[in-house]
Design a protein around this ligand. Structure first.
Ligand SMILES: [Mg+2]
Length: 267
């Protein structure tokens, strides 16, 4: 039930904010969660911004936040790689900053085809060039090489429309080598579990909040926790008629969620 929630896992874009603009009610909701002794986490499939970038962005909105609250797709991927590929060699199809993030986790990265590469790691690579694609293909055609992707999103919004995101780049590789990566970002429930572990949360205390059914809401459902949809981003009320990812709650916006939560708490 809504009144039992203490740990809120928020998507950012289209849920709490759009670009640089914070939505009305976001700050009050985050403050209220802190007031009741809860904690907010920010789970995002954005694999370009680091946790530090997000801390700075939130500071510009007047919101204090610490690194542990941000569960980005690139961070979650690094955690996954640490757990499964320590001491092994990886090929990273990603930006220099993502590659650096992987190396800073103590993982070993190569830029070429070598016999002992254990895994190809694909991210939202805005520095992609044909040489990297060729290397990735050669490695992926070896069945013993694993394949991990940061996030399954096909496209990323820009000022003029869209550009290919990690999922879009991986689709190009799929039609070439017939392989799809294991994506660590939403809707993989791993990202929810990483937040819950930090605070020893029980499932009934957790609410995943987002604006997309097939990533945010699906992620909460996959993790076995309740979900709330807000209509300030991608999903529209009519989408609920035929979705396989039905949220437990749906609100016009984040302020309406705050009001409903306060009412549920008897305020
Ligand atoms: Mg969103």
């Amino acid at each position: 039930m809504l009144k039992d929630k203490r740990y809120f896992l928020f998507d950012i874009d289209g849920t709490l904010a759009v670009d640089e603009t914070l939505y009305d009610g976001t700050k009050e909701l985050l403050d209220y969660i802190e007031e009741i002794g809860g904690k907010s986490f920010y789970i995002t499939n954005n694999s370009v911004k680091s946790r530090k970038d997000y801390i700075e962005k939130f500071a510009r909105w007047g919101i204090r936040a610490e690194a542990s609250q941000f569960m980005t797709a690139s961070y979650a991927t690094c955690e996954y790689l640490k757990a499964h590929y320590a001491g092994k060699k990886l090929f990273v199809l990603g930006t220099p900053s993502f590659r650096k993030e992987v190396e800073e986790c103590g993982l070993f990265v190569t830029e070429q085809v070598e016999p002992d590469v254990a895994c190809v790691v694909a991210g939202f690579d805005r520095t992609l060039h044909y040489g990297k694609i060729e290397t990735a293909c050669e490695l992926l055609l070896r069945t013993e090489v694993d394949y991990i992707g940061t996030n399954p999103d096909y496209r990323c919004p820009t000022a003029f429309g869209f550009v290919p995101d990690c999922g879009g780049i991986c689709e190009m590789l799929k039609v070439t080598v017939d392989r799809t990566p294991y994506y660590v970002g939403k809707p993989n429930p791993e990202i929810v579990r990483m937040c819950m572990e930090q605070v020893n949360a029980r499932p009934e205390e957790v609410l995943v909040v987002g604006d997309r059914l097939y990533t945010d809401i699906a992620c909460g459902i996959n993790a076995g926790v309740q979900t709330a949809l807000v209509y300030t981003g991608e999903a529209k009320p009519e989408d609920l008629k035929e979705t396989e990812y039905m949220p437990d709650y749906a609100f016009a916006d984040i302020r309406t969620l705050l009001q409903a939560f306060k009412r549920a708490k008897g305020e």
